[in-house]
Ligand binder design. Structure first.
Ligand code: MN
Length: 737
């Protein structure tokens, strides 16, 4: 939580034409130090366009507006980013504030610069309103997800840093809002990206304006003892240098005061007064190699007593954001506690510049303009590789990577609340996230003010407004495009309830007919409690459940009538008639009257897949209406079907969209040979198939028969798998059981 290495700060900008041009010339000179091939003319052109467009606009400070883009470009140069980032810095407020089009920037400066300016413009439109911590985290993630290119984020951070530096000129309410947002969102973001100096400065600036009194009190206390500490720092820096040089280490030693905000955090965290904060001073030793870091630690510990529990090896175990250093606290001269950090030059650069440092190391001067994403993020991949052999491969990189290739979208409610969804989410997901009823009645949506279809894929930054209609009902098709499990579950349970309702209606209709035929009144039976007793006797929880069971085809209506009438063996209509009627009913319940019944779900209580032949989606199948058990689906050619009444046959097909994992058993005959089972299970795992059961059925001295049971979603997959198994040497036959 500290910084202090003096960064090569760029000169203040004199707010007139000459002063601004001088700052631009200075930027050009500095860029060419680390990017010798950079084109000065392009930088000048970007500045000129910005200058012309912002014209007479002014900052709140009264300075020409262009001072701000120049200052942002200076910060970008401090981070040593590439030329497109610098050009974008000069132009970053043109689209938002001067009506310059992205196309114009593209025509003048190329795709890369236009992309960056567009990205920063979009981020600027997003406003942080909530103070809730979770929301802040979401907001940060959203910014990262929206940025897509890390340079957009770095530009946004540079923009924010300059705005935070000039907060004094703003009216109080805007100042509070920006300071809050900076502390909640941007400082943690800088930390996440490992840019320590920027994080520290953003925190201190926010602290100053959010808690002015606390800030002033703390600043005064620090100021009072500052001279004394300055002297001590000077003295100790010399002592440590001399000591290490005597051991022939080539080191750079520096001392620093801790930052105000980090002192405040420590006081709040440990509930202590300023006077109790001992380590107000820190020293840093920078050397050449990792081995030297540990050797230097030894020298320091032999000179001064280390404070127990304060040594931290962030070299062996880097921090989440990639930070590496050795930390120790020792009891120095006059009993003063001194924190000392030891690191190599490379670690130091990464500690200060974070992501930007990795970039420079890996790309040697920035990214190729117009590069594809893979190209653009090659550096990220390389750090990833770099860290593979480290024990705790920087979680930051993992996090940044997953954020950049985000699996989530962040969208807004019309009130500005952030909502998070899995990638691919639609307005229907959004509607269900607000309220189940809004989901059920969601009839349309407006995204960023324009009407979109329900299956529109939301994008990060979208503002979504849901339209509802009382007539609207969840639709089975919705299951095809919703992405959140919440929406999926709600739609399913609605459809289930609907099916149940329909079954009850249908069940009642069937029962009424049956009762009428037998001359018994259903209403009377219900009134006299006969139905209730019948329900109990048929192990149905209630009359309604029994009626539903009739509707589902699980319970024969005749049985109910006979039970109530007490006339077993009453006249039955001919079998064909009975069955074909049942078939009709099933079609009606399934709501698919005209065509062949489509099998699309095992949840469908009307449809059962026969155990004898175990049909798999894609198999050629036939359905048979079975009394009391709905529709039984067999594979065509299953021996059982030959015994069944052809009158009961119904055409069935598989729904192409069906996702049914069905258990299948393959009997594999193999030569008796070591390693053959391993080879077989390899084939299964190559096909992403999990074996659930293995049975060695029979064995002979030179042959083994093994049955593998597993789940498979379709006959095509089963076929490929079978073929692959047959190709294995040593396998003599593969038979589906
Ligand atoms: Mn700006």
């Amino acid at each position: 939580m500290e910084t202090g290495v003096v960064r090569a700060s760029l000169p203040p900008i004199v707010p007139d034409e000459k002063g601004m041009q001088a700052a631009v010339d200075d930027i050009v000179a500095r860029v060419r130090e680390y990017l010798p091939a950079a084109d000065p003319a392009a930088i000048q052109r970007a500045y000129d366009l910005g200058r012309e467009r912002h014209g007479a606009q002014q900052r709140s400070s009264g300075e020409p507006y262009m001072v701000h883009p120049i200052a942002v470009a200076q910060i970008i140069v401090q981070m040593r980013l590439d030329v497109p980032s610098i050009l974008a810095a000069f132009l970053h407020d043109c689209v938002e504030d001067t009506g310059t089009s992205v196309e114009e920037i593209r025509a003048g400066f190329g795709e890369d610069v236009a992309f960056l300016v567009d990205g920063v413009t979009k981020l600027s439109k997003v406003e942080y309103t909530s103070r809730e911590a979770r929301q802040a985290e979401n907001f940060r993630k959203m910014l990262v997800a929206m940025a897509r290119d890390i340079r957009v984020l770095l530009l946004k951070l540079a923009d924010r840093l300059h705005n935070a530096r000039t907060l004094e000129h703003l009216p109080e309410d805007r100042r509070q809002r920006i300071a809050r947002e900076t502390l909640d969102v941007y400082a943690p973001l800088a930390n996440r990206l490992g840019i320590d100096w920027m994080k520290g400065e953003l925190e201190d600036l926010s602290f100053r304006w959010l808690y002015p009194e606390e800030w002033a009190a703390l600043a005064a206390k620090i100021q009072k003892s500052r001279k004394e500490r300055d002297r001590f720092i000077q003295e100790m820096t010399r002592t440590i240098s001399e000591m290490l040089h005597a051991h022939e280490f080539k080191v750079v030693v520096s001392g620093r005061h801790k930052r105000l905000f980090s002192i405040r955090e420590k006081m709040h965290r440990q509930h202590i007064e300023f006077e109790q904060v001992h380590d107000l001073i820190g020293f840093r030793v920078i050397c050449d190699t990792v081995a030297e870091c540990y050797a230097i630690l030894g020298v320091i510990h032999s000179q001064w007593t280390p404070v127990p529990g304060r040594f931290k090896d962030h070299i062996g175990i880097p921090k989440q954001n990639g930070y590496q250093s050795l930390h120790t606290t020792v009891v120095g001269p006059r009993g003063v506690l001194m924190e000392i950090q030891i690191r190599t030059h490379e670690m130091h650069q990464i500690a200060e510049e974070g992501i930007a440092a990795h970039w420079m190391y890996k790309e040697g001067g920035g990214l190729a303009p117009g590069g594809k994403d893979a190209e653009r993020f090659r550096w990220l991949h390389q750090i990833w590789e770099l860290q593979q052999d480290v024990r705790d491969p920087g979680e930051l990189l993992d996090a940044v990577k997953s954020d950049l290739f985000s699996d989530e979208v962040y969208v807004f409610t019309p009130a500005g609340q952030v909502q998070v969804f899995p990638n691919g989410a639609t307005p229907v997901d959004f509607a269900y996230a607000i309220h189940t009823d809004i989901g059920h009645h969601c009839s349309g949506a407006r995204v960023n003010g324009a009407m979109v279809p329900l299956r529109y894929r939301l994008r990060s930054g979208d503002t979504v407004e849901i339209l509802t209609s009382p007539q609207q009902r969840p639709n089975k098709d919705w299951l095809d495009f919703v992405a959140s499990s919440r929406a999926r579950t709600k739609i399913r349970s609605y459809l289930h309830a609907e099916q149940r309702k329909r079954s009850q209606e249908l069940g009642r209709e069937i029962l009424e007919k049956e009762f009428r035929k037998s001359g018994v009144s259903l209403a009377k039976a219900e009134k006299h409690g006969d139905l209730e007793r019948a329900a109990q006797d048929h192990r149905c929880g209630s009359v309604e459940e029994m009626i539903a069971a009739v509707g589902y085809g699980k319970l024969d209506p005749k049985e109910v009538v006979q039970w109530v009438a007490g006339t077993p063996g009453a006249s039955e209509p001919p079998a064909e008639l009975r069955e074909s009627k049942l078939a009709q009913l099933i079609r009606r319940v399934a709501g698919r009257e005209q065509q062949a019944i489509k099998i699309d779900s095992v949840d469908d209580l009307l449809v059962r897949l026969a155990r004898c032949c175990n049909p798999v989606p894609g198999d050629d199948v036939v359905g048979f209406v079975s009394r009391g058990r709905g529709l039984m689906v067999h594979r065509r050619g299953c021996p059982r079907t030959l015994e069944l009444d052809p009158e009961r046959r119904i055409d069935v097909t598989w729904d192409a969209k069906a996702k049914l994992d069905r258990p299948v058993t393959l009997r594999i005959t193999t030569a008796h040979r070591p390693g053959i089972l391993a080879a077989i299970s390899q084939v299964f795992s190559d096909h992403d198939v999990n074996i659930t059961q293995v049975h060695a059925k029979t064995t002979s001295p030179d042959e083994a028969v093994t049955a593998f049971t597993f789940n498979v979603g379709g006959v095509d997959k089963l076929r490929t798998l079978t073929r692959a198994l047959e190709k294995l040497s040593g396998v003599t036959s593969v038979v589906r059981v």
